[in-house]
Structure formats: C-alpha cells, structure tokens
Design a protein around this ligand. Structure first.
Ligand SMILES: [Zn+2]
Length: 252
C-alpha cells in the first residue's frame, strides 16, 4: 500500500508556499481548500490505523497466518512463481511486479488476525491483476515513469514560475507545472479502480475458498475499505490542490 506518499506531499506543499498564497489571498476558498487538502488525508490515515488496529485483535477461526493465506491464494491462481517476503514497517505491504514478490509487513506476516488476512489477500489481488494484465493496472504501470518524473519536478517549476512571474516565461512555467501536477492527479484516479478491484478479489477469495468464516469476511472488508478510502482522500486532496494552483496562477 502506498498510503502515506500523498499526505507527505500535501504537507510539503503547505510548508513551502502556503504563506505566499494565504497571506496574499487571505480567507475564502483558498484557505478552505488548504484546510481540506491537509485534514482529509489525515482523517483517512487515522481511520485506517484505528480500523486495522481493531481487527488486528480478532484472530481468524481457522488459525491461518496471513502469509499462509497469501501462498494459498497465489497457488490457487497458478502464481507459484510469486514469492512472499517479510518486510519491516507498518502497513508497508505491497506487491512488487518486477521482482514478483508479495511483501508483508510486521503486523501482517505470520499474523492470524482478520485484518492481516485481508491485507495479504489484497496484495495477492494485485499479483493476480498483473498476471491477468488487468487493464487499469497495465495502464497505471505504463505511466509510472512519466508520472514519477512529473511529481518530482512540477513543484520546482511552479516555484521558479512564481519567482519570475513578471516575465511571460514565468507564466508559461506555472501552467506547465500545473499540467504536470494534473498528470499526477490523473494517476491517482487510475489507482482507484486498481485498489478497489484488488480488495474485491480479496474478499471474494476469502469467502468462496472458505479461508475466513462468513462473520469474519465483513471485518476484513472494513479494513480494506478503510485502506481504499486513503486513496480516495489522497485524490480529493490533490484535486483541492489543483484548484488552489489554478487560483494562484489566475491571480498572477
Ligand atoms: Zn493495493
């Protein structure tokens, strides 16, 4: 899960140029946008952490560990070549398509909680998406290098543009940087069907293969829903940021 990335980015934006925008255009919609883009991802993070923590205390009745479940799901889908590894950290679980490895974090690997089982099954869902060449994940993977470049550089272009905004090249730079940020927003939008589909696959497998009891499936579902909401929150925050950037650009 790439949960914290966009919250960190949002905080960086705030610390770097909120003074300029909020002091010049005090009050009103910009401050509301700034508040929203900061607070929404934080609420989503608190929600996923508390939901995960709650269902980390509920062990599955079959006594399976999350890594055993991951192996079972991968094998059931013919993905014998996908390995499972233990990585340090909290909610840092992910599927690495280059190495073909499902990496499970401390609170998931070897754990029997319904929360851990849900997360492991979700990451296996990503492995299945790659194996099936599920269209949104293929598209997402294809644009990663370009989006990664845009996400690293747009901010500096924007700052340079603001600095030299009295020149016409400055205005051009501002709009190029906003277009680059818009590419990042589109990437976040493509991420949503990928994440929702991985969770949908996970819950279906957990139920149909009898890995979790019927009463346990909704618990894993709540954890996965809370995780998915962090991606929705990141998208909403970025849309707010995009509007802010356009407002700043138009006032120059
Ligand atoms: Zn995911």
């Amino acid at each position: 899960m790439y949960i914290t990335n966009f919250m960190m980015i949002a905080l960086r934006y705030y610390s770097s140029y909120s003074y300029r925008s909020s002091s010049r255009y005090s009050g009103g919609i910009e401050l509301l946008l700034l508040f929203g883009m900061l607070i929404i991802p934080i609420i989503a993070q608190i929600n996923v952490k508390s939901t995960f923590s709650k269902y980390s205390k509920v062990a599955n009745s079959r006594g399976l560990t999350a890594d055993q479940v991951a192996r079972k799901i991968l094998d059931a889908n013919g993905l014998y070549y996908v390995n499972i590894e233990h990585i340090p950290g909290k909610l840092s679980d992910h599927f690495d398509p280059k190495a073909n490895v499902v990496r499970l974090s401390d609170s998931v690997y070897g754990k029997t909680s319904v929360a851990a089982i849900g997360v492991a099954a979700h990451e296996c869902g990503h492995a299945c998406q790659h194996a099936e060449e599920y269209r949104p994940i293929v598209l997402r993977s294809a644009v990663v290098p370009a989006v990664s470049f845009c996400s690293k550089i747009w901010y500096f272009l924007f700052l340079i543009g603001i600095f030299i905004s009295s020149l016409s090249v400055g205005t051009t730079l501002i709009y190029i940087s906003i277009a680059m940020f818009a590419a990042v927003v589109i990437f976040q939008l493509i991420t949503l069907p990928v994440e929702f589909d991985a969770s949908g696959r996970a819950l279906k497998t957990l139920e149909q293969d009898g890995i979790l009891e019927s009463a346990e499936v909704p618990m894993a579902g709540k954890v996965l829903k809370a995780a998915a909401l962090t991606y929705v929150a990141a998208l909403v925050a970025s849309l707010m940021q995009l509007i802010r950037l356009i407002l700043i650009a138009r006032k120059r």
